[in-house]
Design a protein around this ligand. Structure first.
Ligand code: ADP
Ligand code: MG
Length: 701
């Protein structure tokens, strides 16, 4: 039976049902097509031959040319060992086998030239190589003349069943002899030509059997481009079709009443970034299409004000608006800030959270339905089914990454047309990643802080300087400032050697004793009422010191708190450190962030601390964070629009290809928005294929 891409892998020569089951289970490889997309994870240069006299045990996999002069069998109690003496013109070494001896003795002969490939090791002070790959020079030279040999990922079970990297390569070789030239092209011919891309058959063959490094990199480029291109094409196409299909409420500028009033009352002038973003929003909400916009801006950059002014555009046109925040504390804080900012406007604003009383909920429900309530601020409680608006026109979602896309969608359903949506995040993500994770949103950036802000001074101290730090805290308190001290853990951990809050509270209350000093404590395992009490003590200025875990991370605003001490700072991720630092620097005084660490830092830990000390630019920090952690760990990526597993492309390293592929996708959609032209049908087919794969993937996992 001739092979094609859909052939079950078990029917391929050299596979069979048993190995096929392993491939199914360990690598989700079911068909010939799946198999040829199992790419090498690295390549070894097989053009270079080493000499025995140059070997040492630190070398990676290498190859030698020489002869076996004899075999020797040894039997110990538990196992038998086969040793062969291998020589080249410079010396000799032992080759060792612990299993498969029979095959070796039957197939490998003394006195003829072999190429052997493996990793040199030292045993009993002697160089040897165990289980080398072995091939006759003649056969080797007449085989596929690939100079770079792909190494394939395998599992332990696969290796036990003779499915090692070499075996996979052999199967690939067999498959490509059958199917080369028959893999259907996934990109239209005009793209291949105009973009100088390697055709699919050549690219796939080259990735498995590269002639040289240059051709390999061309082949990899083709595959990476294609992977990123289809992601972007998919996202952009969805964006276009939603724009076409989603009517949006038109918020006419002429109605500006509240907006203008608030604008005239603000005691400072807006930054140019705030003005630019407001213009972008204005353009969207007057367009007749529904707005979906992400607003990125560092803590303190003035996003809340932008959000309020945008909500007022809706209210001016007779609509309601809401803000959804990820935590109760944050919702409350938004409520306080917004109520204060809008106090002369005579609009009705209310707070709805999980702990709102039943009677209060009833009133809110009624007022929402009859339209009396204009701005509702709250937590997840807002998306519950029993929260029904009269005419919701504008939604602000704070800290997007804590809400899934599905939750965003639920809010849409709360009115006739989907409301305009503004997603705010203070965790900047690198631009290229944003194109993928938030690729279906328009993006606005506030890249400027209000004038007069003093940058937070960030210092790093080791444990040895603790007393100095306490002295500093004392002086700051004397000057009337308040201090945050944040711990990574609540209590002592047996496995993690980090500072913990329990001990911290003890030491701090001893070092800064009552009644002269008041210390307040907040952590995630406290009852909400206690947490609230602790927080209020600090917010009201009664407590000098707040000892806490990261529960204070987002959004808390105490302008008089000017010092942030982070204990065991090496334990925290970069974006978390940046968020924590954002708690200070909100008032007129010089603020400080002190990073305390243990004596030994990992390379990554050191890099994180150095980054914090040297920059306060959220985007720069996000970029470094992404390089340290990889894109998969950046918050938000998991629930993102990345529709399939990337085989070769890397969202961190391949940002240029990503940008390029997005540009190309945009150009194509500009000419053919619904991809209806004949020469784009291949693209439609491929998008459908990806969507189906994603669907069945969802069913599996
Ligand atoms: P974010 O939500 O982005 O963290 P906020 O909106 O909470 O920032 O703003 C932080 C502080 O800066 C608030 O006290 C706010 O009143 C103030 N602020 C906002 N915009 C400006 C501005 N253009 N000039 C001066 N202060 C501003
Ligand atoms: Mg804020």
């Amino acid at each position: 039976m001739p092979l094609d891409l859909n052939t079950d892998i078990k029917y391929v020569n050299g596979v069979g049902p048993r190995k096929a089951t392993l491939l199914n289970n360990d690598f989700k490889i079911f068909t010939v097509e799946d198999f040829i997309y199992h790419f090498p994870y690295k390549y070894i240069d097989r053009t270079k031959f080493y000499q025995i006299c140059d070997l040492d045990a630190n070398m990676p996999y290498i190859q030698l040319k020489g002869k076996i002069i004899n075999f020797e069998k040894q039997k110990t109690k538990s196992k038998s060992i086969l040793t062969a003496k291998f020589i080249d013109t410079t010396g000799g070494m032992d080759l060792v086998w612990f299993k498969g001896e029979k095959w070796i003795l039957e197939n490998i002969r003394t006195g003829i030239e072999y190429i052997i490939f493996g990793k040199p090791t030292v045993f009993n002070n002697k160089l040897n190589m165990s289980h080398p790959e072995i091939e006759e020079v003649e056969k080797y030279e007449s085989g596929l003349n690939a100079s770079l040999h792909g190494q394939y990922n395998t599992s332990e079970k696969m290796k036990e069943n003779f499915l090692n990297s070499k075996a996979i390569q052999k199967i690939q070789q067999f498959i490509f002899k059958e199917i080369y030239g028959k893999v259907p092209e996934t990109l239209p011919q005009y793209m291949i030509q105009k973009l100088f891309l390697m055709p699919i058959n050549e690219a796939l063959l080259t990735i498995h059997f590269p002639k040289d490094a240059e051709t390999l990199s061309k082949a990899q480029y083709r595959i990476k481009f294609e992977e990123l291109f289809f992601i972007q094409l998919n996202i952009l196409k969805q964006k276009i079709s939603r724009k076409e299909n989603c009517q949006g409420y038109i918020l006419k500028k002429e109605n500006d009443n509240y907006t203008a009033k608030l604008f005239n009352q603000i005691p400072f002038s807006l930054t140019s970034a705030q003005i630019r973003v407001l213009q972008e929003i204005r353009k969207d909400v007057t367009s007749g299409k529904q707005m979906n916009r992400l607003l990125q801006g560092d803590v303190g950059s003035g996003k809340t004000l932008v959000a309020l002014l945008s909500m007022l555009m809706a209210i001016d046109n007779g609509f309601q608006a809401c803000i959804m925040a990820p935590t109760e504390i944050l919702a409350q804080q938004h409520f306080v800030t917004i109520t204060e900012a809008a106090k002369n406007l005579e609009i009705k604003i209310k707070l709805l959270t999980g702990s709102s009383k039943k009677s209060e909920r009833k009133i809110i429900s009624d007022e929402l339905l009859n339209g009396e309530l204009q701005i509702l601020i709250g937590t997840h409680a807002l998306i519950e089914d029993n929260v029904v608006f009269k005419n919701l026109g504008f939604v602000v979602i704070d800290e997007q990454h804590r809400f899934g896309v599905a939750q965003r969608a639920k809010l849409w359903k709360k009115s006739l047309n989907p409301p305009h949506i503004l997603v705010m995040t203070a965790t900047p993500i690198p631009r290229t990643l944003a194109m993928t994770v938030y690729g279906d949103l328009e993006i606005s950036v506030i890249d400027e802080l209000p004038p007069g802000r003093k940058p937070v001074k960030t210092l790093h101290f080791f444990e040895g300087s603790r007393l100095k730090v306490y002295g500093f805290i004392r002086r700051q308190i004397e000057e009337g400032r308040q201090i945050y001290i944040v711990y990574p853990l609540i209590e002592e951990s047996e496995t993690l050697d980090y500072k913990h809050l329990d001990e911290g509270v003890e030491i701090i209350t001893e070092t800064f004793p009552a009644p002269k000093y008041v210390t307040s404590v907040v952590h995630g395992r406290m009852k909400p009422a206690d947490k609230e009490f602790g927080m209020k003590l600090f917010v009201s200025g009664k407590a000098h010191i707040l000892v806490a875990t990261t529960v204070i991370e987002v959004g808390v605003n105490v302008p008089n708190a000017s010092v942030m001490i982070i204990e065991s700072a090496e334990r925290f991720g970069l974006s978390q450190l940046h968020q924590l630092r954002g708690r200070v620097g909100r008032g007129a005084d010089q603020s400080y962030c002190v990073l305390m660490t243990g004596p030994k830092l990992s390379d990554d830990g050191k890099k994180r601390i150095e980054t914090m000390v040297s920059t306060s630019d959220g985007f720069e920090i996000a970029e470094i964070d992404m390089h340290l952690r990889g894109p998969g760990d950046i918050e938000g990526t998991q629930q993102s629009g990345v529709p399939f597993e990337l085989k070769l492309a890397d969202l961190v390293k391949d940002t240029k290809i990503l940008q390029y592929s997005r540009d190309i996708a945009e150009k194509i959609l500009n000419h053919d928005p619904d991809l209806s032209k004949p020469n784009n049908q291949l693209l439609v087919k491929q998008l459908n294929k990806i969507a189906n794969a994603k669907e069945s993937w969802r069913k599996i996992s």
